[in-house]
Ligand binder design. Structure first.
Ligand code: SF4
Length: 380
């Protein structure tokens, strides 16, 4: 397939595919799917070998958010039966983080619900970062606290944060469909602030919110322009009690095509298989390891992932290896000089009609009841 040969060559050169090429990946048929995975897998192996980086989420503050992101179980007006709690203490966060590190996580992601932190919140998180770093030598810490104001990224960097996450989530043209309380440019601004402060930028997307192939290509090209070091690819977890509860419109095959497209567009970037992998990829999760070089271990912010041991078994069974603490995740050109996936620059497949939305999948989404904010041990 000429398309795939072209995309592999470009991926190995860190050259941006054309928009039509990216759209064509999303439009491939099921008959072509394994060829697509194999081609994108070559690019993944070229830059990251067979290593899988493990990341561990700690939800510092859960629920009760004033923003109205329609995909989010923590949003204003959410009726999802999630855990709701205010800031957990630094030692509680460090204990939760320690469970993830013990399970093999190299990076701990500290997340708090809300539009953005106050300066007092940032000081609180600074104390949490110190506690985690003191108890877990060498661990990377990424903060994800929402929109940042002046000076906050610098303070987080000074406190020892290695990275900052703020996802674009969807294309600029459809952003208003998923959120009315902030906009796409607010999110872009925060990613710029993080990078300007010297933090490793992490920014990704959520697929499965009713977007078109063109929207997906737009947001991934937007991410490439932002040049993050890591790109989490989330697949919507349609929480009961949120406006998108009925949006079960992904298939495992479409998830794999999306991951392949992201890999071709951002070939040398840490592509992280993030929320929704269990419920949307289901038994196809191991194939996704040929595309993503990074996953979250165990539970998500408000929902349960598969058991941490099941993640480790899946990685070993698929022939991959957990990335060790002494290994640098990014290719040398990125790790050393911060060079990005480079600057440069979907219609639905006839055989890939999405399943009708509205088919509830009860039993696939389990609300998290353990880990941070509870007395129960974390799942790592
Ligand atoms: S700002 Fe964050 S926590 Fe709040 S609704 Fe949006 S995604 Fe959820």
């Amino acid at each position: 397939m000429d398309l795939l040969s072209t995309l592999v060559d470009k991926g190995l050169r860190r050259e941006r595919p054309t928009r039509d090429e990216a759209l064509a990946v999303l439009a491939t048929t099921d008959d072509e799917l394994l060829d697509v995975v194999a081609a994108a897998g070559r690019v993944r192996r070229h830059w990251f070998g067979r290593r899988v980086k493990l990341n561990y989420l700690v939800n510092l503050k859960s629920g009760l958010c004033p923003e109205d992101c329609s995909y989010c179980s923590q949003r204003l007006g959410s009726e999802a039966g999630i855990l709701k709690y205010t800031w957990i203490k630094p030692d509680e966060a460090a204990k939760a983080a320690g469970a993830g590190v013990a399970g093999g996580a190299k990076r701990v992601c500290l997340v708090a619900s809300g539009r953005g932190p106050t300066d007092r919140d940032v000081e609180r998180v600074a104390g949490t970062i110190a506690a985690i770093k003191e108890q877990n030598e060498g661990v990377e810490v990424c903060a994800c606290l929402g929109l940042l104001s002046d000076g906050q990224a610098d303070r987080l960097r000074d406190a020892g944060a290695d990275a900052y996450n703020h996802n674009l989530n969807t294309s600029e043209s459809t952003y208003a469909d998923i959120c009315t309380t902030h906009d796409y440019s607010d999110r872009v601004d925060t990613v710029h602030r993080a990078r300007a402060a010297g933090l490793s930028a992490c920014s990704g997307l959520i697929a499965g919110m009713g977007e078109s192939d063109a929207d997906l290509v737009d947001v991934v090209f937007g991410l490439r322009d932002l040049d993050p070091d890591s790109v989490p690819v989330n697949f919507l977890i349609p929480f009961e009690g949120t406006p998108l509860a009925q949006e079960w419109n992904l298939t495992p095959q479409r998830c794999l095509r999306i991951l392949a497209m992201v890999r071709f567009v951002c070939p040398d970037v840490e592509v992280r298989l993030a929320g929704g992998r269990e419920v949307q990829l289901r038994s196809m999760q191991p194939l996704a390891l040929h595309l993503a070089n990074s996953i979250f271990l165990g539970d998500y912010l408000t929902s349960e992932g598969q058991a941490g041991q099941a993640d480790l078994d899946m990685i070993a069974d698929a022939g991959f290896e957990v990335e060790g603490a002494g290994t640098t995740t990014l290719p040398a050109h990125r790790a050393e000089d911060g060079a990005g996936c480079g600057g440069g620059a979907c219609g639905p497949s006839s055989t890939d009609e999405p399943e009708p939305a509205g088919a509830a999948r009860p039993g696939l989404v389990s609300v998290r009841r353990r880990g941070a904010g509870t007395d129960l041990p974390p799942n790592a």
